[in-house]
Write a protein that binds this ligand. Structure first.
Ligand code: HPA
Length: 279
């Protein structure tokens, strides 16, 4: 018997969710999206099940440098979590809807809290490589949030500013983790650009003038959908390269991954702190 053709993004997510739930019948409380170089966070998970994206019906497969493609299900500090190791970027050619497939699956699994991590370019001159920034607000300069007719669910979410999801209690817990482990942490503004190129010197200079602290090519689609779902979000940017427009050295994808590695231990400490509090 063939399964019916999915009609909508929600139907597609339902197909993935049903498959996952048959193999891991749990209701996670937190969803985690692990970006470039967030490897140690995955190590914090007491793993119960791991699924390759390609096994899960309707799940996209990520192609970007440094991105694995697996869904890790388990617990951290006794809290049930589901983590996407490997995400989907618009610059890979995914539509906004496909890039946020995992978030709809998280929604259907019943969770309401999201932790997203990414590697970003540092715009604020006080940053050094390996710093962690808490996303307090963002620029959505991907300019892609055109929903197909009927996809935006106004009943479910009254219109609101999508940066209201960045939760202050989560940020305070992250700051507490940083104090405990003795590393600096900052709140700042993440500029979400389409990519795939790194910014030009002129663009870095403009972003700095306009009040961005870090710049990257992910996270915005996931956070905007989380906002539509009315979740609480913790957004963590690892400062990979510091983009000084006046001494711009070329940045490579490999370098970003290497530098993001320095901060992975910090991310792990933050995630553990937030989850232990919500045990
Ligand atoms: N720009 C955009 N995305 C990035 C950067 C950057 O400088 N570094 C890591 N991701």
């Amino acid at each position: 018997m063939t399964s019916p053709t999915p009609q909508s993004d929600m139907d597609r997510a339902r197909i993935s969710t049903d498959w996952i739930f048959r193999r891991w019948p749990k209701q996670p409380r937190f969803g985690i999206v692990l970006g470039t170089g967030a490897g140690d966070v995955a190590k914090a998970i007491e793993v119960e099940e791991v699924f390759e994206y390609r096994e899960i019906p309707e799940f996209p497969v990520s192609t970007a440098t440094g991105h694995a493609s697996r869904l890790i299900c388990g617990t951290i500090a006794g809290v049930t979590v589901v983590a996407m190791k490997g995400r989907f970027h618009l610059y890979e050619g995914y539509s906004w809807q496909r890039a946020t497939h995992g978030i709809r699956v998280f929604d259907q699994l019943g969770l309401k809290n999201l932790i997203v991590t990414n590697a970003a370019g540092g715009i604020n001159s006080k940053f050094v490589s390996g710093d962690v920034m808490l996303i307090a607000s963002h620029f959505d300069w991907m300019f892609r949030y055109a929903q197909p007719r009927g996809a935006w669910n106004f009943e479910r979410t009254p219109q609101r500013r999508s940066d209201m999801v960045y939760d202050s209690e989560f940020m305070e817990l992250a700051e507490q983790a940083a104090r405990r482990a003795d590393f600096p942490i900052y709140r700042g503004v993440y500029a979400g650009m389409l990519g795939p190129n790194f910014e030009t010197r002129a663009e870095y200079r403009a972003l700095r003038k306009l009040g961005a602290d870090a710049v990257g090519m992910s996270t915005i689609p996931e956070v905007c959908l989380a906002s539509q779902f009315n979740w609480r979000v913790l957004g963590l940017s690892v400062i990979a390269n510091v983009a000084d427009p006046d001494i711009l050295v070329p940045t490579s994808g490999e370098e970003v991954i290497e530098l993001a590695d320095i901060a992975t231990r910090k991310l792990k400490a933050i995630v553990e702190e937030v989850l232990a509090f919500h045990r």
